[in-house]
Design a binder for this molecule. Structure first.
Ligand SMILES: Cc1cc2nc3c(=O)[nH]c(=O)nc-3n(C[C@H](O)[C@H](O)[C@H](O)COP(=O)(O)OP(=O)(O)OC[C@H]3O[C@@H](n4cnc5c(N)ncnc54)[C@H](O)[C@@H]3O)c2cc1C
Length: 559
């Protein structure tokens, strides 16, 4: 006699009771108040994979199977019996379900509509915690078992493949990867879909759509990332950019009852999302990866009802009349009563081939006491001739054995304040190296050696240096604002008391009151995080500003 299929056939990294908890009868009764009971019959499909789940179900009799279809047939991922419930992260975001929900043994379920579930999660903290933890753990399992609806075929040596991988990973979308460099059967697969090798990476989306070297927008459209979003709806606040500043504004805005939409041109997390470990963010003593921080923040924002539109960046702000409108990629205009701009800045990067390998592992964009500790008693390099580079050099010289300041220019007079130049000159631990640039970074797991070239002589030398501080400035993502908002000479957005009378006159500031803290030269348009002039480029300050802006959004909405 064959043994029956277990309820959870796949190995799980967390205990099954956490991933698929069983509610007590009292908890089931609380859920029942938000939905209605209905009978279900064997084989009935409650939610097909690839469709948006309109309802959340709690089993009260019989069973529901979570079923995944692939080219090899169907696979039962889990069986939910009385007291267990359906759903995962896509339930909150309104995205398409990754597995089908099919009735196994006939019985009864409580059917809770998605909006009622969102209200329940916000108002019943005990059930909210159980559901949220299970949803997140289920997504983690789907990713671990690559139980998504996407197969990516490409090469780890191909830039476009890495872009697509990063887009899927940073959006938390499970996928399988077929490595062209290692998998001999791949050619058959490509032939079957009529794809030439020059079309890589190839993305097989939802089992049948074949995309050749797709853009992020094509992937988002195919996976229905934005399908549930009503672009014509007038919202209280439109947030541009889903880095730490934008996500913080989304969490505070949505939790305080505002209708919030976030537009993100790439993937949630921003610059912080690319940081392998953030060690100085409050509350995470052992550090947290930027991606994990972003994933948690996004789930938190969606729990409160914020919506996120992915791979559709802001192209233009129509600021002539209110409500404002943001023109997005594709040409649609999304209206909003207020706008929070959180588009961040691009750090200028060293022009060396394998830079990404050493970012956070020897190459840093800020010099805080944490980095200073790492460099105690060692030689370090600071690249850059501006004030931030000068401050970093003087600061690091307190702990490092020697600080080499590298600049391409012949001197610092044009770019650095006089007092910093003097401190550099007077400090015996600092070596100033004009007309010098880094040409290579070397190391196995982290940076071990730096090669630089003296452009005056052409001599290239190698140095056993394990820490490089890239302090060559950042370029704000404000090109799309097109004259609507007052910017400083470097393109950062001016806010609050930074705005001069001339700025306000030029923008025809229409109100008797001056701009609020974080408010730009347009009433009700705020700027937060790295994109704002004078901002301290840290995750914590971005988060702080995102939350503070919402206080002023309320004031503007009541004006
Ligand atoms: C490698 C690295 C490591 C770092 N490590 C640390 C650290 O350990 N601790 C720390 O405190 N800080 C660290 N920082 C700095 C920190 O990441 C930034 O200060 C922080 O991310 C700024 O947040 P933000 O939301 O203002 O901008 P960003 O994080 O830059 O986010 C901006 C977002 O806006 C999006 N966007 C841009 N233009 C548009 C548009 N037109 N439409 C829609 N979306 C748009 C971008 O895609 C991006 O997602 C690090 C930075 C880097 C690069």
């Amino acid at each position: 006699m064959s043994s029956p299929t277990p309820d959870f056939p796949l190995p799980m990294s967390a205990p099954a009771e956490q991933v698929f908890p069983t509610l007590t009868p009292e908890q089931v009764a609380r859920v029942a108040k938000h939905g209605h009971a209905r009978a279900v019959s064997s084989g009935e499909v409650l939610v097909p994979a690839g469709h948006q789940a309109e309802s959340f179900f709690v089993v009260t009799a019989g069973s529901i199977e979570l079923v995944r279809r692939s080219k090899d047939g169907e696979q039962i991922v889990a069986v939910l019996r009385p007291g267990r419930f359906t759903g995962e992260v896509s339930m909150l975001s309104g995205r398409q379900a990754l597995v089908s929900l099919r009735v196994g043994e006939p019985g009864e379920v409580i059917d809770v509509k998605r909006d009622d579930l969102l209200a329940l999660v916000q108002n019943d903290s005990e059930l909210g915690d159980i559901f949220l933890r299970a949803f997140i753990l289920r997504r983690v399992e789907l990713i671990a078992h690559r139980l998504g609806d996407v197969v990516l075929i490409g090469s780890n040596f191909c830039q476009a493949t890495l872009r697509v991988k990063e887009f899927l990973t940073r959006n938390g979308h499970p996928h399988s990867f077929v490595d062209l460099d290692h998998d001999s059967g791949v050619q058959d697969l490509l032939d079957r879909f009529g794809v030439g090798v020059g079309d890589v990476p190839v993305l097989i989306c939802r089992g049948n759509v074949v995309l050749r070297n797709p853009t992020n927008l094509q992937i988002a459209d195919c996976l229905g990332f934005n399908a549930a979003i009503d672009q014509a709806l007038l919202r209280d606040v439109l947030i541009i950019g889903a880095g730490p500043a934008g996500l913080a504004a989304a969490v505070y805005g949505a939790s305080e009852g505002l209708k919030v939409l976030v537009l993100e041109s790439e993937a949630p997390g921003g610059q912080a999302g690319s940081s392998s470990k953030i060690e100085n963010y409050l509350g995470f003593p052992t550090g947290i990866s930027g991606q994990e921080l972003a994933a948690r923040a996004l789930t938190q924002a969606e729990k409160f009802g914020a919506e996120l539109m992915i791979a559709r960046g802001a192209r233009r702000l129509s600021c002539e009349r209110r409500p404002y409108a943001i023109e997005i990629d594709g040409g649609t205009r999304v209206p909003a009563l207020t706008v929070v701009i959180a588009t961040g800045a691009q750090y200028r990067k060293l022009q060396v081939e394998n830079l990404a390998r050493f970012e956070g592992a020897g190459v840093y964009y800020g010099a805080t006491p944490i980095e200073a500790q790492l460099c105690r008693g060692e030689e370090v390099v600071v690249v850059g001739g501006g004030n931030s580079a000068g401050q970093a050099a003087v600061f690091l010289a307190q702990t490092a054995k020697r600080v080499h300041v590298l600049v391409r220019a012949a001197g610092l007079d044009e770019s650095m304040s006089r007092y910093l130049i003097r401190r550099i000159e007077d400090n015996p631990a600092i070596n100033f190296r004009p007309r010098t640039e880094i040409v290579a970074l070397e190391g196995t797991n982290s940076l071990e050696r730096v090669r630089w070239r003296d452009n005056a002589t052409g001599a290239v030398t190698t140095h056993d240096i394990r820490h490089v501080f890239s302090m060559t400035g950042a370029v704000p993502n404000t090109g799309w604002l097109d004259g609507c908002i007052a910017l400083d000479e470097e393109g950062f957005i001016k806010t609050g008391s930074d705005l001069s009378k001339e700025d306000l006159d030029a923008a025809r500031w229409p109100l008797a009151r001056p701009p609020h803290l974080l408010e730009t030269s347009r009433p009700g348009v705020f700027a937060v995080g790295d994109v704002r002039r004078g901002n301290v480029k840290r995750v914590a300050s971005a988060v702080g500003e995102g939350s503070i802006a919402i206080t002023f959004v309320h004031r503007v909405l009541h004006e």
